[in-house]
Design a protein around this ligand. Structure first.
Ligand SMILES: Cc1cc2nc3c(=O)[nH]c(=O)nc-3n(C[C@H](O)[C@H](O)[C@H](O)COP(=O)(O)O)c2cc1C
Length: 379
């Protein structure tokens, strides 16, 4: 367990993404990469507590999905404690706490998600409560700031307080700040600029902590470029979802030095079909339905010949197909056999210097002393 966790901290993970990194997508991701760490979408502590008779729907996963991290959201210590306890029986490999979501639904009401970055004391308490109720490591996922609270020192104060007042030793840094001025969550993942230099400065200033870099990392060559520059772990979100074959397909060889998967996309889909047809309607009439289960695979033929036609076929097939088997029989004719039957191509060998300049932009070292923080808390 410990060794696997160390490997994770130096490896590659798939980001938590609400409505995206559900069981369906994680099943697909695991068929493509055996080693990438998979994060669940954020699950609110309240959902777990109030749905405690229906937990499998939210928390169950197949053993193949290990290593897997549960991301919790919330702002109520009692519910976070109960949710962690209820999740324990499922055997997640880490519990992560969301301090980065800018959605007005999450951050606007009751200080949840990224708003919590403004209250590091609470985050430390929450992390202590989560850690006290689980035996697995805990981590925080956050941004580099919120609105005008975006200086490097403020970020460091957050990290310092949370890590010194709780057992948190691993932070995932989405390297852009969040704006709580009502822009959409999607814009909040585009408009604030990425500042990787803050990430590398944290690596410099908190040598005893582990930091995973996240934000705008678009392929395994960029994952490796970040690692070459000294990143501990690298988390990939949208690229893994929109282009899973080419992004995740190289992770095992390039990041973990493991052998190439010899599965073709046709074989991946055959296995996914078994999963998909077994889960249709499991949680009520049409829940999930064919469209829900197909959604995560719509990026599988990204940029390949036949992709456009396949998606048009899919739109038509959603109207009447009631099984994945029928869906594939009707739609996959659009994809050439050469695409369906080939395994993952050679990894890109390009040398990317995406992060090299960050080292020239490092902010001055963190200087705030513990006394300053204690004093600031008192006034
Ligand atoms: C559709 C979507 C849903 C997301 N949901 C979550 C979430 O539940 N929890 C979280 O911490 N971040 C969430 N994120 C943010 C991602 O985890 C990640 O930090 C962000 O997309 C930046 O990484 P990327 O540039 O590699 O996509 C979400 C992102 C997307 C695109």
């Amino acid at each position: 367990m410990y060794d696997m966790y160390q490997l994770f901290l130096l490896g590659c993970s798939v980001a938590p993404m609400m409505d995206w990194t559900n069981n369906h997508f994680r099943t697909l991701a695991r068929l493509i990469s055996k080693h990438a760490w998979l994060y669940t979408e954020m699950i609110a502590a309240e959902t777990i507590v109030y749905q405690k008779d229906n937990l499998d729907r939210f928390l169950a996963f197949t053993p193949e999905q290990h290593p897997i991290v549960l991301q919790l959201g919330g702002n109520n210590l009692e519910n976070l404690a109960k949710a962690t306890q209820l999740a324990n029986t499922y055997g997640y490999d880490e519990i992560n706490f969301n301090c980065g979501c800018p959605s007005p639904k999450v951050a606007g009401h009751g200080c949840f998600g990224v708003s919590l970055m403004l209250d590091p004391k609470f985050v430390a308490k929450a992390m202590s409560v989560i850690a006290a109720n689980t035996n697995v490591p805990v981590s925080v996922k956050c941004r580099i700031g919120v609105d005008d609270h975006d200086s490097y020192n403020e970020l460091c104060d957050f990290i310092y307080q949370v890590s010194s007042q709780s057992p948190t030793r691993h932070f995932i840094i989405h390297a852009r700040k969040a704006l709580l001025n009502g822009i959409s969550p999607a814009d909040n993942r585009k408009i604030p600029p990425l500042k990787y230099e803050y990430y590398f400065a944290l690596r410099r200033d908190f040598p005893d902590l582990r930091f995973t870099i996240n934000g705008g990392i678009n392929g395994v060559d960029e994952v490796n470029a970040a690692r070459t520059e000294g990143a501990h772990g690298v988390m990939v979100g949208r690229a893994a979802y929109h282009n899973p074959w080419n992004t995740l397909g190289h992770v095992d060889t390039v990041v973990y030095g493991a052998p190439h998967s010899d599965l073709s996309r046709r074989q991946v889909l055959e296995q996914y079909q078994v999963y998909g047809d077994s889960i249709l309607g499991k949680y009520g009439p049409n829940r999930p339905n064919v469209r829900d289960v197909v959604k995560p695979i719509l990026g599988l033929f990204h940029c390949e010949p036949g992709n456009g036609l396949w998606k048009r076929n899919a739109d038509a097939a959603f109207q009447h197909c009631t099984t994945l088997k029928a869906f594939f029989e009707e739609t996959l004719v659009a994809i050439p056999d050469s695409v369906l039957d080939s395994t993952v191509a050679e990894a890109p060998s390009s040398c990317i210097d995406k992060f090299a300049n960050s080292k020239n932009l490092l902010p001055p070292p963190y200087t705030t002393s513990e006394q300053d923080i204690l004093y600031a808390e008192m006034v």
